[in-house]
Design a binder for this molecule. Structure first.
Ligand code: ZN
Ligand code: ZN
Length: 348
């Protein structure tokens, strides 16, 4: 079969790889329909890794956001059958009783995690930008017939749901979303659907801010062209009850801390690259803020899928382009361009 294989920095190829086979009774073989290119895939392509600790050391099939149709199931799989449409959950925890995190239902932190398309572990876990993948049955969420390009948003939307989840109760709250990359935009929709009174989105580019409006933002601010608007939201120790920081930029994070009221919560959804951490903790130190890191998701996957399946969240305003898998290099080049939002590849 064919797959999108990254051989190292800047070297992505659509090429033949071995057909995956079901090797345990709990596994499911899925024919992939569509997948979204994530920021981590882009880092692998542009830099050959993420930071200094995660390095692509062998050819890896990229991709962890996707959906497909069941091709075959192992003997223990009762709830799925050939032809079912499924959305794939990329995390495969070990579920072993002697794993502290699995035995405490803290699956995201499993020390034996196998996450699709991840170079964290070696050998790397191959990803799902391939004609077929084999995954554990718990990684498959059956859905009724859905558009593949919508279904492929379930994984990033789950991250956004986790970000809102870590804010605690958002019902009736005025929520700030800092940064309108794909995750920030999905945070806008997630906060609104999960009960926020209002959502304000901030970025330094106008195009994604116009998408934020389509995703439900009540107000949008370009902090580059309208710094006075940001100043106005810092008065009286802040004007928001809570915030999702989705830039991973230290300065934006400092601004967020100034804009949230005392004792508010900030979900740190954006990942700080090395050297990009916030430096000024003045607002943080004096306002009793809670700063919650957000790493992937687990229980949020089902609710995120439900929101897409029911149509309560329409992610398609984020979709800039979709390419056939054989054009994965063009797709990746489009994804890394600052003018696009989400780019997908498709296998149909
Ligand atoms: Zn992702
Ligand atoms: Zn485990």
């Amino acid at each position: 079969m064919k797959a999108c294989v990254l051989h190292g920095k800047g070297d992505l190829r659509y090429e033949d790889v071995a057909d995956p086979i079901i090797s345990t009774d709990d596994e499911v073989k899925v024919k992939i329909l569509a997948g979204g290119i994530c920021g981590s895939d882009q880092h692998y392509y542009l830099e050959g890794g993420i930071g200094t600790s995660i390095v692509v050391r062998e050819p890896i099939v990229i991709g962890h956001e996707g959906c497909g149709v069941v091709e075959a199931v192992g003997a223990n799989v009762k709830d799925l059958k050939q032809g079912d449409m499924v959305i794939i959950r990329p995390a495969r925890p070990c579920f072993k009783p002697d794993c502290y995190y699995c035995s405490h239902h803290m699956y995201s932190y499993c020390e034996n995690m196998r996450h699709l398309g991840s170079a964290i572990t070696f050998p790397h876990v191959q990803g799902l930008f391939a004609e077929s993948v084999v995954v554990h049955q718990v990684q498959c969420r059956k859905v009724r017939e859905m558009k593949p390009d919508v279904a492929a948003f379930a994984e990033p939307l789950s991250v956004a749901f986790n970000g809102v989840h870590q804010l605690g109760d958002v019902i009736g709250k005025d929520v700030l979303v800092m940064g309108t990359g794909p995750i920030g935009l999905l945070c806008v929709a997630a906060a609104k659907v999960l009960g926020a009174n209002s959502v304000t989105a901030v970025d330094i580019r106008d195009e994604p801010l116009s998408i934020a409006k389509k995703m439900g933002a009540d107000a949008v601010i370009n902090s580059k062209t309208d710094p006075q608007a940001i100043e106005a939201l810092c008065v009286h120790k802040g004007q928001f009850d809570c915030a999702l920081e989705a830039t991973g930029n230290g300065f934006a994070c400092e601004q967020t801390m100034k804009m949230v009221r005392p004792e508010g919560v900030i979900s740190q959804v954006g990942m700080f690259g090395s050297g990009h951490q916030p430096k000024d903790f003045g607002a943080f130190a004096t306002k009793g803020l809670k700063w919650h890191s957000v790493f992937r998701f687990y229980s949020e996957f089902g609710p995120a899928v439900n929101a897409l399946e029911s149509g309560r969240i329409d992610p398609l305003p984020l979709l800039s382009a979709s390419y056939p898998a054989e054009q994965c290099v063009e797709a990746m080049e489009a994804a890394v361009s600052p003018t696009t939002c989400k780019v997908q590849v498709r296998f149909y």
